[in-house]
Design a protein around this ligand. Sequence first.
Ligand SMILES: Cc1ncc(COP(=O)(O)O)c(C=O)c1O
Length: 398
Amino acid sequence: MSLFDKLEQITAARQTLADKGIKSNVVMEKVLSSTEAIINGRRMILAGTNNYMGLTFDPDCIEAATQAAGKLGTGTTGSRMANGTYSGHVQLERELADFYGCTYGVVFSTGYIANLGMLASLTAPGDVLMIDADSHASIYDGCRLSGAEIIRFRHNDAGDLEKRLKRLGDRAANTLIVVEGIYSMLGDRSPLTEIATVKEKYGAFLLVDEAHSLGVLGDRGRGRAEETGVEDRVDFIVGTFSKSLGAIGGFCVSNHPELDLVRFASRPFMVTASSSPSVIASTRAALHIISTRPELRRKLWDNAHHLYEKLQGLGFQLGPEPSPVVAVRVASIDEAVALWKGLLEYGVYVNLVTPPATPDGGCLLRCSVSAGHSPEQIEQIGNGFALLRETVQEAATA
Ligand SMILES: Cc1ncc(COP(=O)(O)O)c(C=O)c1O
């Protein structure tokens, strides 16, 4: 038995992809804008980047980042608990709390770390975490770190959640329910009103991860809780800077004063270096933009509907509802790889997602739409799928 035996499964999975001609990760050789890059020496439309607001090249964000690096240096070289809390971190925490109309806000170094930090400081052995079965890996890892009992309920099924809470008896009131605003793989929204009702009936707590819904949903872009009108029924909102805000980092906001104690209770907050000043500065500029430019959200949704309807019209099997995440279901890994490679040759980059990362064991070509895409780019993405499908089908019947 070797130390490396457990990695054999990964070697085998990589070999399967290598046999089909996918040898390594895609490398962005040059990034030209929020929607275009050079990959394999070719100009591509980026349709798989989570850059929902298209802010990665926004002049205000770049200017803020450049100024901050010039004035404050390239990194903090320390954790939030030691020397890594600058005025910008504190101001961003205040601005995030104000944006959500909450009293407290905490900034973490990534969204992954925010979930680890929140779940592992709010719950401990003896508590119960009740999570949607399709939760992101950072939620699963946070659950493991907490040592609490983990119970999964059926994806987006408030009835199943209730059944499982009822079985817990008195322990239901000490349960933290965790859901996402929009689910990252299929782009479907959580039934948050029903979930909040169940949570209140059993006196439990509710944390919503708005990673894919911040900037995207709600009149002010605050996410699914805003869209469904349940913000005052949600205990904790977690989010990331790595999608709509075009940077890297994570946060939690809440009206519970206990959130502030996370600064002293959460190892993922305390023992990793804090975000660099440039990241904090561009995130603050991006937050200001999503609060003041609702037209970006309208453009994002126009693009999302455009692509969803175009692919639906072409007969592709898609996620359950139009969303900036447009997931194309593909019957087999061979077909998924052929389509993905063909799209790259055509000039469109999307995410290839294979099991176990997919919710139902199938394969997906996951597109994410941006406010930065032009209608012509959306047409071109759709045309790539149309052309490729014919080629793949011809190859399958040859
Ligand atoms: C639902 C969800 N939560 C958290 C994260 C982690 O965010 P980050 O990339 O900032 O670590 C992601 C990232 O894909 C996500 O989809």
